[in-house]
Write a protein that binds this ligand. Structure first.
Ligand SMILES: *[C@@H]1O[C@H](CO)[C@@H](O)[C@H](O)[C@H]1NC(C)=O
Ligand SMILES: *[C@@H]1O[C@H](CO)[C@@H](O)[C@H](O)[C@H]1NC(C)=O
Ligand SMILES: *[C@@H]1O[C@H](CO)[C@@H](O)[C@H](O)[C@H]1NC(C)=O
Ligand SMILES: *[C@@H]1O[C@H](CO)[C@@H](O)[C@H](O)[C@H]1NC(C)=O
Ligand SMILES: *[C@@H]1O[C@H](CO)[C@@H](O)[C@H](O)[C@H]1NC(C)=O
Ligand SMILES: *[C@@H]1O[C@H](CO)[C@@H](O)[C@H](O)[C@H]1NC(C)=O
Length: 825
């Protein structure tokens, strides 16, 4: 789109890099972000580089560009980059410099949100766990230990970008940078120290001298010249920057929502996302970023929590696998094109609202000198459609909860509720030819030592978990011995464990006695009767975390694990023995993790046996199999139906935690979703009564050319025999367009339209998957459609009476609906 200007721009920078002072290339006022002198509105989308793979980046970036974005926004993930203090990792999918360079190569900009607190439903909000253990540290406040570390990391990232010449002030793609993140939301409890901290953040950031503007989101008191920006489902009302000279920016337009274990699938309609964006630009917005544009996957143990799922699909325009989520992607693409039609006027004019009725507003952007005009006509009523007569400027049908964009204020080029983009439905194909039936082997998690109470260190107290494991593992063993003489005063003994979560498994004298957890990873009390035998008795408790908390004031101090307990033995009559300050033995992690049973190289050393009835449904069990790489390029997914909870690895790389036995509630899904009215994450949910996450993405770059090793660690008991490798392929596509428009259909990735399952030009009813002929249509509508589309990867049809052989009798209420099938070429 702006390849040419970019080239010229780069040339200018190269020639002039000695004579231009920094900051010349990106500036702003209340109407525009000004890049190299050009007044712009910016459309941006979030993609987090560690949530996909290097191999996926070019395609994701291209699809963002094709979708009409100008910029890609990402956080920087401190915990991944500095897993141990001053030991850095920028390899593989952590190579953000390469990610930025690819974005630049595609001609897009970067918005870099360093944080380094990122929230992001990411483990511990992106903070490394070693930071938590630094003496005297307090996070996100006026604390010298913390500030030193934050400054060191931020400076390192900035210097890496400078070295690679990535800031726009150096000819690079980064046009904006963010420091801290949504601090204003939680600032009050930090008191004066919080205020001092945010001032320090601003000074520290400015001192890094990057030559582009800094932003802070949700920070209504952002110190100047930092721009404060808005996050939410809507930012058209109730928000304006705290400096009248700042542009109005929407850093996180939540296109959907994240998912926790046990949650249903979130769904935010394309109509409502488009409504939010259009309303934002109508209200003078200059920058809109979709959070997320591609959500992706929380590989390994990177998901935050507690209880954030491995999938971070977010119902984004590009789905977890990188496929176009249609109609959302296409509808927003058309919206972007319509907004860009008005870019020159939006960025260089004054605007005024004309309230036509309590719900109807006409907003006119006009340049008095040139006379150019651009309008938004909105209907915020969530029930009633409206027909608005603008007299000389025309008459417009504006559905409830929608915005019409009027080029020159007299021609509708887009309405947020009128969808002309195709719907795509993906199907999962079991890879039968290569992977008909897996043959599984299994090995028990070696627990001899821990069941005997043998750990690697001891303490006379119940330790907090995350500070002890330092995120080396989800698992921490707590073990103690008690002699029967100390419990002789008790009858009918019950073990009571008070834990902060997230999950507990208990064993007494090597026997399993029970497991427990609570929704959302909350704290709970575990209570089970136990048998005390004469002599020494061993209590072994395995505590597991499922993603560390990532949000709230002081969230970093919220304890995990048994942390102080108390742990009691309780007998009849409430006679109680407190074990909390016993001598406890500890061990971090599972022996299987230590021995790397998930790693094909080291797993050879273990004695794996063929599975049998006894090994199915077994707790604390490792399973292993091999599978062939499915041919082609379609994304690969693992159907984990039948499994309980644990973690999965392919060729030694973790594809994340699994928990398909966690079923989403079945109480609030409905077959219809009314896009009208304010969205919230429980609106229009899907997938009730099913596993909250059944399928797990295996990136193709994790696969070998031929045979792969799949290893599962099962914590609570499952059956691997139903597990299968599948590919995700486009199946049914539907199009639906009104008289006078063009209906476009496209199969992705080398697939072709092989069958027209439904086509009707007239007044068809229903929706994709259940279209029906209406009261009238052109007989044999399908013949024309077949002629144009069969055998093609994509096709387009003019929706007009003429195309369908009716001559020139335009019927404004006619429309064309098509349902087609895509197949491999
Ligand atoms: C903005 O509009 C004024 C007239 O009001 C015009 O002179 C100027 O060239 C315009 N600027 C840009 C960057 O288009
Ligand atoms: C209980 O028995 C252990 C040895 O089995 C001994 O060391 C301990 O002192 C005894 N405690 C009491 C209270 O008798
Ligand atoms: C508890 O112990 C008493 C004997 O002391 C016995 O009569 C009773 O049945 C026991 N209760 C339970 C619930 O086992
Ligand atoms: C034991 O304690 C529990 C909880 O404090 C209480 O509900 C119960 O009534 C007590 N039972 C006896 C026999 O004292
Ligand atoms: C919904 O879930 C509840 C509790 O899990 C269950 O009792 C009920 O039978 C389910 N209803 C349907 C229709 O599946
Ligand atoms: C125009 O379309 C409407 C319904 O969509 C239909 O009832 C009417 O018969 C059509 N008119 C003509 C002239 O085809």
């Amino acid at each position: 789109m702006f390849n040419l200007p970019w080239l010229v721009f780069s040339l200018v920078v190269t020639l002039a890099s000695f004579s231009f002072c920094e900051g010349d290339y990106v500036s702003y006022d209340s109407n525009a972000i000004i890049i190299n002198g050009e007044r712009r509105v910016i459309l941006s989308g979030s993609m987090h580089y560690p949530r996909s793979t290097e191999a996926m980046w070019p395609d994701l970036i291209q699809k963002a560009k094709d979708g009409g974005l100008d910029a890609i926004e990402t956080y920087i993930f401190w915990d991944r980059h500095e897993p141990q203090r001053r030991k850095y990792d920028f390899s593989g999918r952590l190579d953000f410099i390469k990610f930025f360079q690819l974005i630049q190569d595609a001609g897009l900009y970067v918005v870099m949100r360093i944080g380094p607190y990122v929230c992001a439903e990411w483990n511990y909000g992106g903070f490394p766990l070693w930071l938590h253990n630094m003496p005297g540290i307090q996070f996100r406040t006026d604390n010298q230990v913390y500030k030193n570390e934050m400054q060191t990391f931020t400076t390192k990232i900035v210097n890496m970008c400078k070295q690679a010449k990535l800031f726009a002030s150096q000819g690079g793609p980064i046009i904006l940078a963010q420091i801290e993140n949504e601090y204003g939301n939680v600032m009050t409890p930090y008191g004066n120290a919080g205020k001092a901290y945010i001032n320090w953040c601003a000074q520290m950031a400015e001192s890094l001298d990057i030559g582009i503007p800094w932003i802070m989101c949700q920070q209504s008191d952002a110190p100047q010249p930092i721009i404060n920006t808005c996050n939410g489902f809507y930012c058209d009302y109730g928000f304006s920057p705290n400096n009248p000279k700042s542009p109005k920016m929407f850093t996180e337009n939540w296109v959907g929502w994240f998912k926790k274990w046990g949650d249903k699938d979130p769904y935010r309609s394309a109509e409502d996302v488009a409504f939010s964006v259009a309303r934002f630009f109508q209200s003078g917005g200059v920058f809109n970023n979709y959070y997320m544009y591609h959500g992706g996957t929380n590989f390994g143990r990177t998901s935050g929590g507690p209880f954030i799922t491995t999938s971070y699909d977010y119902n984004a325009p590009l789905d977890e696998y990188g496929n176009l989520n249609q109609p959302k992607w296409g509808h927003l693409k058309q919206l972007h094109a319509s907004i860009k039609m008005g870019e020159k006027i939006l960025t260089n004019s004054t605007h005024s609202d004309q309230k036509i009725s309590s719900f109807i507003t006409l907003t006119k952007f006009s340049n008095p000198t040139t006379g150019e005009r651009f309008c938004f006509l909105s209907n915020t009523d969530n029930k009633n459609d409206a027909t608005i007569d603008l007299q000389a400027d025309g008459k417009y049908f504006v559905p409830a909860w929608s915005v019409s964009i009027l080029d020159s204020c007299n021609k509708e080029v887009f309405n947020t509720a009128k969808i002309n983009s195709q719907t795509s439905m993906f199907v999962k194909v079991q890879n039968k030819k290569e992977n008909a039936q897996f043959s599984w082997v299994w090995a028990p998690e070696p627990m001899r030592d821990t069941l005997q109470g043998k750990g690697t260190f001891k303490a006379n107290l119940l330790l907090e978990q995350k500070g002890t494991t330092v995120d080396f593992s989800d698992y921490l063993w707590y073990m103690t011995n008690i002699d029967s003489n100390t419990t002789s005063s008790l009858q009918n003994v019950t073990l009571q464990v008070n834990t902060k979560g997230h999950m507990l498994h208990a064993f007494v004298n090597r026997r399993y006695i029970g497991s427990q957890w609570r929704n959302n990873g909350q704290s709970f009390v575990f209570e089970k009767p136990i048998l005390i035998k004469p002599g020494t008795n061993t209590i072994t408790l395995l505590s597991a975390t499922v993603g560390l908390k990532n949000y709230d004031a002081f969230y970093d101090t919220v304890p995990t694990g048994i942390d102080g307990g108390p742990i009691y033995l309780i007998g009849d009559g409430n006679v109680t023995i407190d074990l909390s300050s016993n001598l406890w033995s500890y061990k971090v992690g599972l022996n299987g993790e230590m021995k790397q049973l998930y790693n094909p190289v080291f797993s050879q050393r273990t004695n794996w046996r063929a599975i049998n009835q006894k090994s199915i449904g077994r707790r604390m069990t490792w399973y292993k199999t091999s599978f062939k790489t499915p041919p082609g390029t379609d994304p690969v997914t693992l159907d984990m139906q039948g499994m309980g909870k644990g973690q999965a690895w392919v060729n030694g790389q973790s594809i994340g935690r699994f928990w398909p036995s966690f079923i989403a509630g079945n109480d609030s899904c409905s077959t219809t979703c009314d896009y009208r009215g304010a969205y919230n994450p429980s609106k229009c949910v899907e997938n009730c009564g099913n596993p909250s996450q059944r399928w797990y993405h295996i990136p193709r770059s994790f696969l070998s050319d031929d045979t792969n090793t799949l290893v599962l660690f099962e914590e609570i008991g499952g059956n691997p025999q139903q597990v299968s490798v599948q590919t995700i392929t486009i199946g049914t596509i539907c199009g639906n367009a009104n008289e006078g428009s063009t209906l476009e259909l496209s199969c992705q990735g080398g697939h072709i339209i092989s069958e027209i399952q439904f086509a009707s030009y007239g007044n068809p009813e229903g929706k994709c998957g259940s279209f029906k002929q209406g009261s009238w249509d052109v007989i044999n509508s399908a013949i024309l459609v077949e002629k144009i589309c069969i055998g093609m990867e994509s096709c387009s049809i003019d929706v007009s009476a003429k195309s369908f052989g009716l001559g020139d009798v335009t019927n404004l209420s006619a429309r064309l609906a098509i349902q087609a099938l895509c197949s491999k070429n």
